[in-house]
Unconditional design. Sequence first.
Length: 733
Amino acid sequence: MRYPAARSTRKFRMTMLATLLCMLCGAPSGWAAPPRVNRADVPSGILYDLAVPVARLDFFDGSPSAPAASAVTLRQAIFELTHASLDTPVWPGLRAFHDDGDLTVRIGLLDVRYDRIRAGADASGAARVENGSLVLDAGALESARAFLAAPLRGYTYRGADARFVLDARLFVADAATGRPERIAADFGDGAGYRPLRWNVPVAVHYASTGTYTVRVRMTTTTGEARYAAFGMDVRALVTPSPNDTIPLTGTQTYNGGTASGRAFVYLAPGNTVLTKPAVVVEGFDIDNTMNWDELYALLNQENLLEDLRTRGYDAVVLDFTESTEYIQRNAFVLVDLIHQVQAMINPADDFPLVGASMGGLVSRYALAWMENNADPHRVRNFISFDVPHAGANIPLGIQYWLDFFSGQSVEAADLLARLDTPAARQMLLYHHTTPAGATGAADPMRGAFETELAGMGDYPAQPRMVALSNGSGVGADQGFVAGAQIISYVYNGFLVIVRGNVWAVPNGGPVQIFQGLLDPIIGSTEALDVSVSGTLPWDNAPGGSRSSMAQMDAVVAPYGDIVALHDSHCFIPAVSALAITTTDPFYDIAGDADLLAHTPFDNLFIPDTNEPHVTVTPANAVWLLDEIDPPVTAVRSATVPPAFASIAASPNPFGDQTLVRWQLTRGAQVRAEVYDVRGRRVTTLLDAARPAGPGEVRWTGHDGNGRRVAAGVYFVRVRAAGETQTRRLVLVR
């Protein structure tokens, strides 16, 4: 969020003394303590100069021109006012101001009077520090008021029937301000202002998608009007509701605790009960804000979810209560879901399971655990969607940036706390330490998790397993080289010098990855310089990307400007998503003539370019549908024999041609297709009825247009009677 240009260039109404006071409050260890303040000298009990003004409360003054706020602004404002309070405010905790996933958008309201040092008060001597105490003469302070409103979730996928509620639990006010009753809001839907009552939902109907400005007006008992605003992103007008929600509890405890969750059931057209399930497991939801609407939007990229439903599949989508729990705890939640799904469907039926991002690790652990404990899972095929099998990556320099500035920014503190959760520690290739280490290393919890998996055989053995990567298979980097600077934050002011520079980890090193400096003209300096060596270049490696740097660039800093020199970094390395047996981030995937021998998976989809993590594209959507749909793997009663008695390709490797031969147990329509290592169809060799007995088809190394294809690894996929057999082919020239 950026404030209006006309106001963002306005200088702080702070003197040298006031600025120094704000810098000294809540600063990291090593800084001088703030001066003592006599409570009787501050009428409101809140001296805003004692907080670092990241939220810029002077903008949110209740005037009609006040800028739009957000949940981040609201949390930061509460964070700062708490630090600036000389009393102990009785306000809701900051965690209450995080989205809880409810479809009704909850609105928080802040109406707080505070004091600040008047401009020029230090020059006149009216405000001064004597013997460690702040002395405030008459006229040294001026009173101000902060008034802002913000939604805990700034978007909706139900714009045609959006629901808002002014939540009384989210009202923050000073001791002298009571809860206002005369509040109205204009939601930007053309209906104008309408009254708001505490805890009473309001229905709002938007006619189109887009971003709307919601304006809130409060009228005091004296007739004074105060205004606030916030943005609302209408991402969709209507999202279909699930047909059912299944409550879930982990079947086992892990490390003394049990996780929970829920599964949304969205039936295929014509189904009244769960009949043909496709189970999907959510990934690392860092704030646990995803509900059905967000999951539906994510899964229905390229109409994928609706296409599955047209094929008769019932979507069963697992949503964890706390996705940042130990992966093992959430794996036992999935075990509970698998048991419940089995009880609802035909005992002879099996089903596909898709694990997205961390959800793939949860799925891998759950299936391997069930197999090791003789607990049948009936999962016929496991689809791994950009899963960090060999680790995930958040630039180590960014982790130290969050650590260094967490004393000034509630969002930095929140993000750092999420990176310190069990699931993040179990996945990250490099994790920050205190004090900073001289090389990148994973948290010990990661090694413990890998050891547990290895003890169960690493991967489940019974289902067909396939993997999709959003990372490049031809070695494309993220637009920068190892060791390159990715964040520039430099402020050279008269009162303070600030540095918050970040570099990508090097390929070897030593290279500096973080420079942090808070150097006031008065008081102690806080600095943190981190250099590492012996690291692998994960930040710029081929992989599904995350726009962490662009998100940092969008933050409004109290001093200077945070500049992203590159928008995105590697989040899930391609070699990790494909579980290739290598430690080389730039392993030549496309050049591996025997790629499937170096991965536990039976088939792979690999794009040429790096894509945002867990992105469904037109190309991989087709591949996903083919892998989830029954023709890929057999769905048959135990009394029906397999369609294929045998299948083989010879010669293999081959130069001019190869024959793919099979033995059918019964007559069937046979379709034979050739795919490359990225899952793209090269040619269709056969699509015709064939009798029981032997059969064959020839491939001469040409595509569907008759052009010779390059030497390398290909796969021939032969389908018959609802079954698929795949064989690897090696073409040499």
